[in-house]
Design a protein around this ligand. Structure first.
Ligand code: GLC
Length: 738
């Protein structure tokens, strides 16, 4: 019967061609599935197998005989990677591939703004399309299980609801350009340490409640056309061909009809690659992550070994055709889309979008009134810190970019205070003096001859002569900081910055600290400075975005997408077996046990009532808001939660109204609160708005692994309305009765 059904589209295709001599697969007016079946019908076995693996470092084969183009893949989630050589990671040396660098995804997450995410996706997708790339290898949406993860800056924080809500418009924006978003890295890939040799051992409830939801939203709501398997193993099987993740969940339960692409070098086994849901094998051996013979493409797991298996019966035509259908579907959605797309590259609109998104995500953590910056006319503003000057669009691994320009904070400060106040800079410390990343040359000179002591002394002396001190430090994209393939070793600021900040605070001038990082850092000096800003890696326009907020041109409205702990030890990962994993005698791979279950991030801190430096969802404004008339009302099978927000200050601004749910009578251990809704509300002075949420039974549910189902247990619940996970404005009890 199934075979007969397959004939239908082919017959349709053949029937359609009678009217014209254009083959159906080339006819853009034909339905997608008709085009897919017609092309499949015309392909040879060898052509089909060739499609399932790379032909170069970043392309997989098309069908030259039929005029079906190859698929071009490109990093990354923050901008279009410079062209690389055919079979190498090295840059190709083009001079027309300098892109718009958009903010790091953690910066986007900090906007808590679905519109910013849609704008981001539309712009980066247009850049990919213009560069003739069909699959954008991003966004990354792995959960922030540990603040040490080297790729925290590339992801969207510690909460599945926030990441899921923001990934949807990003995916839709990218794909509106005829470019496939490839959400990554699927799944439970939450560290860089030994990322290709660690087995994540996760119970089903934790998997479904924490590590899958953002991917599910990307696929089912966002309609993602591609998913990238991750390097690690999950429950003993490599994720680029993990039967449970790819076949049972992604393609089975979720009905995913796109392509699964391996991470580069993530495919590890011939038989599993055929049978367990991998559609395109990329990056194996070719000068990538593991050494091997020279022209390895014909040796790929899905190349010669696949052909052999098809010929000797160990692989079936159905297995091959399922892969090829998905690849053809991707080609007909992208380079051969029925309506042509042309994109745009490094346009003023894209740089303006980068600036807007970056500013919308800047988080004002503390302010005693010293911000917005007020330097007396003719006064002196001292800027201290390497990150005021260092270019951050480069580095970090595969998200490294060659951008047309990057406005660093110091540039923007000189512009903003030109003719108003003197801006002087002291380096304060030496961090990463590297200025070349994979042949992307920044042109900066970060060399330094002074000792650490001299640098500190010079900064302190300069502070005594200034009217105000603006510290700009944090992390960078070097190894063991915000960097792919390595994790951080602690959350303490590197390069002696804590001592430097304390010394500056002791001078007694107004002191603003801007932390520029992609992941949480410890702030032991927080009580001794006047203001603290989380600045992020903001892309090409990062300096302008940051200074827009510091000067008040933009009223800050960002909120933390992760918890800023007081110390790493306060977190949920207490043992080696939890992180970074252990290697018991006789085990081939490292084993990592997610013993903390669903209790990651604020779910951990709020349930155990552990104090944190700044909470998930925290962020201040230059205006004030009043919260009133909060209510919860049953409405059929759901609940309406409402609150009235009023801007009671004298400047326009935005607040993010957050809705958390707390199950007061659960039969299982549940977090004290779980984010189930948020809305960013922009209000003029004096303006107010009634904000409403709908809570469904799904929002009250936990995942019952035994029943393999979501369960809402009758009993007492609370809806918590707040400005952050620990700034709750209203606790609204309600009962759920079956
Ligand atoms: C890298 C990364 C992945 C990237 C790919 C191609 O190792 O894990 O995110 O897209 O390889 O560069």
């Amino acid at each position: 019967m199934k075979k007969l059904l397959l004939l239908v589209p082919m017959l349709l295709a053949l029937a359609c061609t009678e009217k014209s001599d254009t083959p159906a697969y080339l006819d853009p007016s034909q339905p997608l599935e008709v085009r897919v079946e017609d092309a499949l019908f015309r392909m040879t076995l060898e052509e089909k197998v060739a499609m399932t693996h790379a032909q170069s470092k970043f392309s997989s084969s098309g069908v030259p005989r039929l005029g079906i183009p190859e698929l071009w893949h490109t990093d990354g989630p923050h901008g279009i990677r410079p062209e690389v050589l055919w079979d190498d990671w090295d840059q190709a040396g083009w001079t027309n591939d300098s892109c718009t660098a958009f903010p790091a995804l953690i910066n986007l997450a900090a906007t808590w703004n679905r519109d910013m995410s849609a704008l981001y996706g539309r712009c980066i997708g247009a850049e990919a399309r213009y560069r003739k790339k069909d699959i954008l290898l991003g966004p990354g949406i792995n959960m922030g299980r540990t603040p040490l993860n080297g790729r925290t800056f590339e992801y969207m924080g510690e909460d599945p609801y926030l990441a899921g809500a923001l990934v949807v418009p990003y995916v839709q924006g990218v794909q509106s350009n005829g470019v496939a978003a490839c959400v990554k890295h699927f799944a439970v890939n939450n560290q860089e340490t030994r990322r290709t040799a660690t087995n994540s051992i996760v119970d089903d409830r934790t998997l479904y409640e924490i590590y899958l939801p953002a991917f599910k939203a990307a696929v089912q709501e966002g309609g993602a056309w591609a998913v990238m398997g991750s390097y690690n193993l999950y429950n003993g099987q490599f994720n680029c061909h993990n039967k449970k993740l790819l076949c049972d969940i992604l393609k089975g339960e979720w009905g995913f009809d796109g392509v699964v692409v391996s991470d580069w070098g993530g495919c590890r086994d011939d038989d599993e690659a055929v049978a367990n849901g991998l559609d395109i094998e990329m990056g194996t051996w070719t000068n990538g992550l593991r050494g091997a013979a020279s022209d390895s493409y014909s040796n790929y797991h899905l190349a010669r070994p696949f052909l052999e298996r098809l010929r000797d019966g160990r692989a079936t035509q159905e297995q091959l055709d399922d892969k090829v259908r998905r690849i053809l579907r991707t080609i007909f959605r992208t380079s051969m889309a029925s309506e042509p797309h042309f994109g745009a590259f490094t346009s003023p609109e894209h740089f303006a979008a980068a600036r807007q998104i970056a500013a919308d995500g800047v988080v004002l953590l503390k302010n005693d009134g010293v911000l917005p910056l007020h330097v007396p006319k003719g006064g002196k503003l001292l800027v201290v810190g390497e990150n005021a000057y260092k270019m951050m669009v480069v580095g970090g691994g595969s998200s490294n970019l060659k951008t047309k320009y990057e406005v660093v904070p110091l540039d923007a400060l000189h512009e903003a205070f030109d003719g108003k106040a003197e801006v002087v800079w002291e380096r304060g410390y030496v961090g990463d003096t590297n200025t070349v990343y994979n042949k992307v040359v920044t042109g900066q000179n970060l060399s330094e001859s002074r000792s650490a002591e001299q640098l500190l002394a010079d900064a302190v002396a300069a502070a005594a002569q200034a009217d105000m001190v603006l510290y700009m430090g944090g992390l960078n994209k070097s190894a063991h900081q915000d960097n792919e393939s390595t994790d951080r070793e602690d959350i303490v600021l590197p390069y002696g910055q804590d001592a430097l900040i304390e010394a500056l605070a002791a001078v007694g001038k107004p002191l603003v600290v801007v932390n520029i990082s992609g992941s949480p850092v410890a702030m032991p000096w927080a009580s001794r400075v006047n203001a603290i800003v989380q600045g992020w890696y903001g892309g090409s326009e990062s300096g302008h975005a940051l200074v827009d907020v510091l000067t008040g041109a933009v009223n800050p409205s960002g909120k933390l997408p992760f918890t800023m702990p007081i110390a790493l030890a306060d977190g949920p990962l207490k043992t080696e077996r939890q992180y970074p994993g252990v290697k018991p005698e006789g085990e081939q791979w490292w084993q990592e046990y997610y013993d903390e279950g669903v209790f990651i991030g604020y779910r951990w801190y709020s349930t155990l009532k552990i104090p944190v430096r700044f909470a998930f969802g925290h962020g201040l404004s230059y205006t004030t808001f009043d919260w009133a008339d909060a209510s919860v009302k049953r409405k059929g099978g759901s609940w309406t939660v409402s609150v009235t927000l009023k801007n009671t200050g004298d400047v326009a601004g935005a607040e993010v109204v957050q809705l958390y749910v707390s199950d007061q009578e659960a039969s299982v251990a549940r977090p004290a609160r779980e984010l189930k809704g948020f809305e960013k509300v922009y209000l003029k002075p004096g303006e107010s708005r009634r904000v409403q949420f709908t809570l469904s039974l799904q929002d009250l549910s936990f995942f019952d692994a035994a029943a393999h189902a979501w369960v809402a247990e009758p009993g007492e619940f609370q809806a918590l309305i707040g400005a952050s996970s620990d700034d709750i404005k209203a606790v609204l009890p309600f009962r759920y009765e079956k």
